[in-house]
Design a protein around this ligand. Structure first.
Ligand SMILES: [Zn+2]
Length: 315
């Protein structure tokens, strides 16, 4: 029985699993990342987890087709280096070479948003679609373009960084060093900022109360729940937020016209409430109102996305 191993690398935990040819997870193992140990120790644990994941799935190492790794950072395939992985303090780390000290199977590495996009296209919402785009709405905006079951990353591997489309020239400073990137407005951080502005303006309001009077305690969920409950301030913030979201999504529609856009990450937890607002606004921005628009759906692979997607990197 041939399997592929997927490894999901996070700042706090490492997760690995064996995945069948049909995309089913056959085993799951994990351990803490402890990145302050340095990358050699972390990679040694990753290799150990890969072996354990195969064992627990009843597969011999000869039956492991490949090991795929999803990292919260950037990998340069031309130089075979993880260029940057902020949470793990990695800079120019030879991850694949280091893995090959322990394992002789092919090892593939890609960004975690790309991996999540692949997972959705293999086993999730966009399964069977010719073209899809995954957008994750977390601290930033992650994205992946999948065409014909394959990741499209551009000529130099830098494509599909939708979060850094500039929607507000000269706007808020972004982690990339530029101003006005879409992710500063349409990520969970953008929604939190709107919530904080409301709490400051209206210290007796619903959002200020939910945060116990501490604007730093406001999270995306508080704003979304308050909007669902009908609080006028929160509804206004939600309206502004979904407008920001729809502006970026509409640019993606104009550029790519994918069959489906899948929304994941923390904000997507708002479910139908978010979908309905976004679908309506995207229709308003359509440049060809008589032509079909991409379906907008929620990601469904959840916590398993990292393992499933990474396992499919080599396929
Ligand atoms: Zn940016």
């Amino acid at each position: 029985m041939m399997v592929s191993i997927g490894i999901d690398v996070g700042g706090t935990g490492l997760k690995a699993g064996a995945v069948s040819e049909r995309g089913e997870i056959l085993s799951k193992v994990s351990c803490p990342t402890l990145p302050e140990r340095g990358f050699e120790a972390v990679v040694a644990d990753m290799a150990r987890l890969a072996v354990r994941a195969a064992e627990e799935a009843g597969a011999a190492m000869e039956e492991v087709r490949s090991v795929g790794i999803g990292i919260p950072g950037v990998h340069d395939p031309a130089r075979n280096l993880v260029v940057r992985c902020v949470n793990l303090y990695w800079k120019d780390v030879p991850l694949i070479d280091e893995m090959h000290r322990y394992l002789s199977v092919p090892v593939y590495v890609d960004n975690d948003a790309t991996v999540a996009g692949l997972a959705e296209s293999v086993a999730g919402a966009s399964r069977g679609m010719h073209s899809s785009v995954l957008i994750t709405l977390g601290t930033g905006i992650g994205s992946a373009i999948i065409i014909d079951g394959r990741i499209y990353a551009g000529a130099h591997g830098c494509g599909g960084e939708m979060g850094h489309i500039i929607t507000h020239a000269g706007g808020i400073l972004c982690s990339c060093g530029h101003r006005g990137c879409w992710e500063r407005y349409a990520s969970a951080s953008g929604l939190i900022r709107l919530g904080q502005e409301i709490a400051k303006r209206n210290p007796d309001g619903v959002i200020a109360r939910k945060s116990g009077g501490n604007p730093e305690a406001i999270d995306a969920r508080m704003v979304l729940d308050s909007a669902k409950e009908g609080d006028p301030d929160a509804m206004q913030a939600f309206e502004t937020y979904t407008e920001e979201l729809a502006i970026g999504l509409s640019s993606i529609v104009v550029a790519l016209d994918p069959e489906m856009i899948v929304l994941g990450g923390g904000v997507a937890g708002a479910g139908e409430f978010l979908l309905q607002a976004v679908r309506k606004k995207i229709a308003e921005y359509a440049i060809f109102p008589d032509m079909p628009l991409p379906r907008i759906e929620l990601a469904i692979t959840g916590n398993d996305a990292g393992i499933i997607g990474a396992a499919h990197l080599g396929r």
